[in-house]
Design a protein around this ligand. Structure first.
Ligand SMILES: [Zn+2]
Length: 403
């Protein structure tokens, strides 16, 4: 059997996924200050399909998704609504789980809430201080990027363009992109923890490294999220992971999904142009259609979220729905795959080749459409199509519920 290749942001090439028994992947989840939007759905659907494909190929998958439940946006909202911040975080975490469920994203093995890894984060900051790769400045602690192994290598930024960037701006930093590891918080504010590096709270990037060290224990297979996370978030995580562990690479494959745009801009809460998953499911399309709409493009593509385009997908998906009704899942036994005809075998082989080639779901769904057409044609001529098992095999691997 050929092997699965995925595009690695770090090497900018397609790399082979190794064949070890368990595949361990870590995907950056949402900040739970509000309901998540369809751009998030696009990202998590891509990783859900990756997990499904690996499972289908007989691999064990450990899929870790973190939840940022301590963040200024959460604290601000809590202050505005005059409730404890945990109330906001708990509510939107719960609703996020409902959203994943509604979208049939069922492959996540473990959800890691950042608030549970504060001491672990502080310990990593302490290690970096002890290694002189971090320094204190006005109560805060920063990572000194000049001490990392080639900071900028993930985002492919030259030293020159890095110098033009500014992260966590503060007077007195050694380098303009030295990023915050630990934030000292004024006493009156929410979200202060007493830790070995002092009172305060961890910066955004170190939280995820703490989760990775804790849950993965060491180097792991894949880390991912949307493209917008490459810099500075993942670049900084990479610098921390490799500096602390000495393992280069600490993460084998960095996988990033293209953005969902709205009016030529990325869909984001701060731009105020979001369509939440809830809203989309209620007003515009079923979970299967939304899945189809995203899977008919490559996960790396960035594209516009428009209602007319969604209508087109709805129309195209009807064919798949109709085929599923003509050959109900209950009529197709698991053993049927063993008695496939030549043409059935060929379709599954083509599907396999497409999915192995950097998860080409675009070809995958078009094969499903072809199979659906053949099933509907056969039924029109009142003959039985032998493609029922092929149809369901592909549909389930892609995560369609069809019920
Ligand atoms: Zn993250």
């Amino acid at each position: 059997m050929a092997s699965l290749k995925l595009h690695n942001t770090l090497s900018e090439t397609k790399v082979e996924v190794d064949a070890a028994a368990e595949f361990r992947m870590f995907v950056c989840g949402p900040t739970v200050q509000d309901n998540v939007h369809v751009g998030h759905a696009k990202t998590y659907l891509a990783f859900d399909v990756l997990a499904r494909w690996l499972l289908k190929r007989g691999r064990k998958v450990f899929f870790l998704l973190n939840i940022t439940d301590i963040d200024d946006k959460i604290f601000d909202r809590a202050k505005k609504e005059n409730v404890p911040y945990q109330e906001i975080a708990d509510k939107f975490y719960r609703e996020f789980l409902e959203d994943l469920d509604a979208l049939n994203i069922m492959t996540v093995s473990r959800f890691a809430r950042v608030s549970k890894y504060i001491d672990e984060s502080a310990e990593l900051v302490k290690i970096l201080l002890d290694m002189s790769k971090a320094y204190r400045l006005d109560g805060n602690i920063y990572f000194d990027i000049s001490k990392a192994d080639n900071y900028g290598k993930l985002s492919h930024l030259s030293q020159y363009s890095l110098r033009l960037k500014q992260i966590d701006a503060a007077p007195g930093k050694r380098n303009s992109v030295d990023f915050l590891l630990w934030r000292a918080v004024p006493d009156a504010e929410e979200g202060i923890w007493q830790t070995i590096v002092g009172p305060g709270r961890p910066g955004w990037h170190i939280q995820d490294s703490a989760i990775a060290f804790e849950e993965m224990g060491g180097p792991y297979d894949l880390h991912g999220g949307a493209t917008e996370l490459i810099f500075p978030h993942h670049e900084s995580e990479l610098a921390q992971d490799e500096s602390i562990s000495g393992s280069i690479p600490f993460v084998n494959i960095w996988m990033h999904t293209g953005l969902l745009l709205k009016g030529q801009e990325k869909m984001s809460k701060s731009l105020g142009n979001v369509v939440t998953i809830r809203e989309a499911l209620k007003k515009y399309a079923s979970a299967d259609v939304i899945r189809y709409h995203f899977l008919k493009r490559h996960y790396k593509d960035s594209f516009e979220f428009s209602l007319p385009a969604l209508e087109t997908s709805k129309h195209e998906f009807k064919e798949i729905e109709m085929a599923s009704k003509r050959i109900p899942r209950s009529d197709v036994g698991k053993t049927d795959l063993k008695t496939l005809t030549k043409s059935g075998e060929k379709i599954l082989e083509d599907f396999s080749i497409a999915m192995d080639d950097d998860l080409d779901t675009k070809s995958g769904v078009s094969l499903l459409i072809d199979v659906s057409k053949k099933i509907l044609e056969a039924k029109d001529q009142e003959t039985d199509s032998e493609l029922g098992p092929v149809f369901w095999d592909i549909a389930e691997t892609l995560g369609f519920r069809l019920s």
